[in-house]
Structure formats: C-alpha cells, structure tokens
Design a protein around this ligand. Sequence first.
Ligand code: GDP
Ligand code: MG
Length: 740
Amino acid sequence: MKATIALAGNPNAGKTTFFNALTGARQHVGNYPGVTVEKKEGTCIHNSSEFNIVDLPGTYSLTAYSPEELVARDFIVKEKPGVVINIADASNLERNLYLTLQFKELGVPVCIALNMMDVAKKRGIEIDISKLSKLMQTPVIPTVARTGQGKTELMSQTDTIVRENKEVLPLEISYGDDIDPAIAEMEDAIIKRNFLTETYPAQWIALKYMENDEQIKSAGDSADADFSAMLDGIVKRVSDHTLATLDLYPEAIIADHRYGYIRSVIKQGVIKYRHNRNRLHISDKIDQVATNRFAGPLIMVAVIFALYHFTFTYSAMPVGWIEALFGWLGSVADANLADGMLKSLIISGVIDGVGGVMGFVPLIMFMFFGIALLEDSGYFARVAFMLDRVFRIFGLHGSSVMPFIISGGIAGGCAVPGVMATRTLKSPRERMATLLTVPFMNCGAKLPVFAVLVAAFFADNEAEVMLLITLIAWAGALSVAKLLRITVIKGPATPFVMELPPYRLPTFKGLAIHTWERTWQYIKKAGTIILGISIILWAMMTFPGLPNTESQKFDNMRKQLKAAALPSTILETDSISDNGKLSEPAKTLKEQLTALDSREAEAALKFSVAGRMGTALEFFSSWAGFDWRTNIALVGGFAAKEIVVSTLGTAYSLGAVDSEETGSLSEVLAKSPDWSPLTAFSLIVFMIFYAPCFVTIVSIIRESGSWKWGVFSMAFNTLLAFILATIVFQVGSALELLGG
Ligand code: GDP
Ligand code: MG
C-alpha cells in the first residue's frame, strides 16, 4: 500500500517547490498566498517505497475561516495521511509554528521541514534544530526546497514515521483557567456520547466548539442537535464570562495562548540573531521605491510595457518560422492531394485551423516567460499590492487582484483558473464581483486574435496598442465590478491585510518549467479541442455545397470564357502554372478563371450552414462593423476563443482558392477591402468583452453555485460587448477615425 504524505504549510513556505522536487511533477509555483487552491498529487519513490504526495493549499491556520483552511483541514482529518510534512519558513519561524502547533493539537503525525534555511542564514538567523525538535516534540529536518537540499533526509524520516506507525496523541496545551476546565468537561461528554469521534479526536471537537467553528458545529447539529446545543450552552457560559472579564471571545484567548506557547518555545534559545534585526532587508529597500505611491505605478506601467515590447520584438522571428512551416505543409498538401472534400478538410480545416493557433506558440512562450519572471521574483505580489488601493474603490478586494492576473490581467492567462482562484476571497460579494469580471481579461486565447489584428492594422505601434487593450480590459472589468456591487451584489467591503513576500532571484529551471507547462497547455488545447471544433466549423462552412443549378452557372461562365479563347491559349493555361511564363491572353484567361473560382467559393461559403448563420446575424453585427465572415468566427469563439483566429483563417482561405495568394491571415485582412483599422479595433473591443468561453462558463456555474450566473455572464457580456463595439464603430465612422 502506498502511504499518503501531505505537504502543508503557510503560503509561500515552499510547498509547491518541494512537491516538484519530490515528484518531479510539473506544477505551478507562485509567490502569492492562495494560488494552490486545488489539490495536487504526485508519486515519490524513496528507497524503493512509493509515496503518494499531496500538495495542500497554503494556510496560516486550521480554522474554518477560508476555503483553503477547510480544504487542508478536511484532507488531513478525513484522508488521514501517514505523515503531514509541515513546510515551515525558517526565516519566519514564529508565524509558521502557529500552524504546526495546530497539527499537534489535532494529533496527526507531523514532520517539520524547516525550509528556506538559505534565506534564514542570509538574514543572520541561526536556528537550534535539535532544541526546536525537542520542544515541539516533532522531528525537524532543515531544507532548501529550491535546491532539493534535505530532501533525502526528509523522506527517510517520513519513511520511518510511516513504518513505525505510532499512535499520535493530541498535544494538550493550556488555554487558560477559563477555558481549560470547560474543554475537559466537553471532552468527557463527547467521549461518553461518541459524538463525531469516529472522525475527530474528542478534545479537538471540544476545542472547535469553543472556537465557534461553523463546519464542526453544523456537522454536530446534524449528528445530534440536542447534544450540540448542550455543548453550545457550555461555550456560551464561558464566552459570557470571558467577555465580561477580559472583553475577549474564547477564540481570541485560544489564539493568544497558542502564540504564547510558540513564543516560549522560541525564547528558549531556538533562534539566535547574528546581526541587528531592525536593519532593513534588501527587499524592504527595493520596496521603498517599487511600491512608492508615485514611483510605484509608473514603474509598474513601464515593466508591463517592457514585457510587451520584449514579447513582440523577439517573438516575431520564430512566429515567422512557424507560419512558414504551416504554409509549406499547406502547399505540400495542395500539390499531393487530389481535389475534393478530403483536400479541403486537410487544408482548410486542419492545417489552416491548427496552424493559425500554433503560429502564436512562440509569442505565448515569450509572454509566459516574462510573466514567470515577474512572478518568481516577487514583483507580481507588488503589482497586486499597489492595485489593491485601486480595487477598493471599485468594491473589490485586494485578493481579487490575483484572479484577475491569473485570468490574463497582464496578458496571457486563462479565466478558468482565474475563476477558481476567487476561492481565496473570503467575502462572498467581492468574490462574486471578481468571478463575473475576470473573463474580461486578455486570456491566452484572445491574445492571438489581438496579435493578428494588431499586426495587420497597427503594425507600427504593436506594444502601445497591446497596452491600450490591457487598459481597456481593466477599465471595463473594474467598471462592471462597480456596477455589479451597487446593483445585483450590494454590500459593505471586508477589511483586509496584504502581505509582501521578499524579492527572490528566480532560477532558470523554475522559469523554464513555468513557461513550458503553460505553453504546453496551449499547444495541447490547439491539438485537441481546437482541432475538433475547427473540423466541425469546417463542415459547417462547407455543407451544404452550392446547389447544382448554381454551380452549373459558374461552370457555364467558365465554358463561355474558354469558348472565347483560342485552343492554344487554353492548352497553355491548363498546363503551366507559372504566371510569368504565360503569354498575355493566357494570363488574362487564367486570372478570370481564378476570380470565378473565388466567387464560387465565396458563394458556397455564404450558402453553407455557418454562412447562413453569419449572414443572418449581419443585420445586427453590421452596426459594429462585422461582416458575415467575422460573425462565423465569433460564433465559434463561444466554444473557445482560439477558434476566432482559426475560423477567420478558414473563412478567408475558403474564399480565396488561389493558394499562391493566401499569405498569413494578417496580410489577407490588411489587404481586404472590407477591413479597416476601425473594424479591427471594434472587433478587439468586442473580443475583450463578449461571452466567456464554454469552459469558463461551466467554471462560473460551478463556483457561484448557480447556473443563473453562467447565463447572466453569457448574456450580459455579449450585450455589453456589442454595445461597446457598436459605439466604437459608429463614432469612429462618423468622425472618420482609423480609416472608418
Ligand atoms: P508555496 O506557496 O508554499 O507552494 O510556495 P512555493 O513553492 O510556491 O515557493 C514560493 C517561493 O519561494 C518560490 O519563488 C520558490 O522558488 C521560493 N522558495 C521555495 N523554497 C525555497 C528555499 O528553500 N530557498 C529559497 N531561497 N527560496 C525558496
Ligand atoms: Mg504552492
């Protein structure tokens, strides 16, 4: 049997880094409390035994105040892991031991991984390991998760604990004269009644009732309401007394005593400081400038602008290579496949569809690399910290920042994990407002659409326009959040304290893993979902073909053209494909025939299922400047935003049959008479705001607990997007801006 090992600890203590070191699994490493809300599992082999490792969300406590705490606690209590490895930040020992103490109170097998020993050392903090271990009655292994130092010792210790399988008794600490007797009284009653004892230790249940823990109390209510009420009565008696005498609730007194316990452990010579503690750390010095009220925001904008500049400048060349590769694949397919459905499917459905998306892999990779750099260095948390001030104005929370950034607040995220990351928000109203507005961010799937349009129409100002797009997305998201917070989700704001982790030099390995895992997700999506939808859309754009009477007309026109020409000219046109070597009349004939082919293809596209849908929508969409082709792409975008690019690609390559003429999509759009920079801009605005993709809607429904919010965001966002795009297009056209 594989033993299960849980990695638990405060946010940023290094759990995920350790998890990666132990399992070799690829996983997100962030610098912000609460990124790891989901449970991550992996396997670790040590001395030929296998362990199932679980990376729990970061928590400061085991109360039921936040979803992370509940997730972590439930896992430990219900799954009963063989060992809880408590990753504690050695440079912040006192605060980290608060959680350790709660594991001890719960009576689970714990092993402390005293992490960040390198940081502690640099700060002149010396820790007496054996003393700490003795006082906490827990094995302690010093580690540096980033280099894997201490990993083997830790696993050996874990292995020993699992093998010995000793019963662990809950640690009894004193919570003072008011509380201790009451807890003892409750504990006795709980044991006699066997109240919830198959799941939790009796003393712990008593403690939780005393701490007013909602989850345990409601479990108690459903098990035996009368008994639960009796326990509550005892708690009420104690809290009336403590409120009268000390002006404190029992939970506060319990927390005080825990801190006291830890302080006394530390005071017994566990920590020695090598130099003056009050000296400013380098991080604090950097923050004096980086989060300065005036310089901070300027630096932030400059950093983000630099990120875009870096991304667009350096990715241009590899993007070109990939486009060339798919272009070559297309011409190979064109030359080797017989005309017909299969050829059309392969070229228009598969190669153009997937190629359109894959072309952006280098761009996305560069962007992700830049973001990983900001994230791993700790600058990201500063961005969140600074934006916090702004967020409050809009009825959101400092913790809303992370979901926004994960969803693509800087660029290239995904709203699905963004929606899930809102779980860290403790206030339900701010959480709903965040949840409903994160889809406005520029996720990795919208990026390629913007990139095509920007390259086609704003080639001289790519970075500036990208920055503008980001600002529009943020302004829109914040305004909508404010709107929601004063209408459908009214209510007061929640107080909040935000914390800044120290700056750290990112490791190349960390950056590489980060970049690759995100890029790979994107590639996988292109290869599976996108390919599937691309093929379905191809079918919708191909069937039913033109009715026979219609194709007959085109055939007749072709015949007429040929009948008017000399036999030698026709022979020449049919046999030689190179325009340059043709005689004048043959060249003209060929051009006329090609134009006819294009017209037929366009007529067929318009006649197809998708074409009819697009045409039907044109009545409205023309107000925003979108033609039926764009409509097809936008309808496809409901499934996944990447589809917009691939569908535009397919729509325009189906229209232009002459393969020598099909350049990259950007070139085609730039040349098209139906498009102007204004149309492109209107489409950009629409793209930012319209309905979230299918998977995001599912997540919204799941996280909000109601399908109504899913429907709301689909309808509201699309309407909003349409109104905004219409305003852009109409005002732009009236003022003749951007070529409109
Ligand atoms: P988690 O929130 O507990 O999962 O913490 P992470 O694993 O995401 O680590 C937070 C940050 O600390 C990352 O930037 C890691 O690279 C860094 N880190 C983790 N362990 C160590 C360590 O032992 N020493 C140093 N210097 N940095 C570390
Ligand atoms: Mg983590």
